[in-house]
Design a protein around this ligand. Structure first.
Ligand code: ZN
Ligand code: ZN
Length: 145
């Protein structure tokens, strides 16, 4: 299970938006629902592509404006990768795993790396930033292809 406390219901999305001082709007609700369902971090253009499947009238600048607002309010956070900004839910501190094959960028709970971080510190004195690391590899789907 992912370390995320946003449930996939409109009432929950609205509650989360309100808790961050944001109003419930169709673009915001749609973006949140897509990010939770994808359980990955997506670029604004990828988000727009998925948003229009549900809401064809929402344009890319609306998507961009809303992910920016939600990021500024701490509901989403952004990760830079290969010159592209991806947006994900900022529910709990987490690291990221990036599939070098298909490019999916997803969350890993900080707890999964706690032991590794502690042994690295003991051996080398190097302290890993508590969240936001990007680990590279192959996702489950690409490994089984
Ligand atoms: Zn993230
Ligand atoms: Zn993959």
């Amino acid at each position: 299970m992912k370390d995320i406390d946003v449930k996939h219901t409109d009432a929950e999305f609205e509650k989360v938006l309100r808790s961050k001082g944001l109003r419930r709007t169709v673009p915001r609700m749609t973006i949140l629902s897509i990010l939770v369902k994808a359980s990955a971090h997506l670029s604004a253009s990828r988000l727009h592509h998925l948003v229009t499947a549900a809401q064809p009238t929402i344009n890319v600048s609306t998507v961009y404006r809303n992910v920016t607002a939600m990021t500024e309010h701490g509901l989403l956070h952004s990760v830079e990768h290969a010159g592209q900004t991806r947006f994900g839910i900022a529910a709990a501190p987490h690291h990221h795993v990036l599939c070098e094959h298909c490019g999916i960028l997803t969350d890993v709970a900080v707890a999964n790396l706690t032991q590794t971080a502690a042994s690295l510190m003991a051996r080398t004195g190097f302290e890993i930033t508590p969240s936001g690391q990007v680990l590279r590899g192959r996702c489950r789907r690409c490994r089984t292809d």
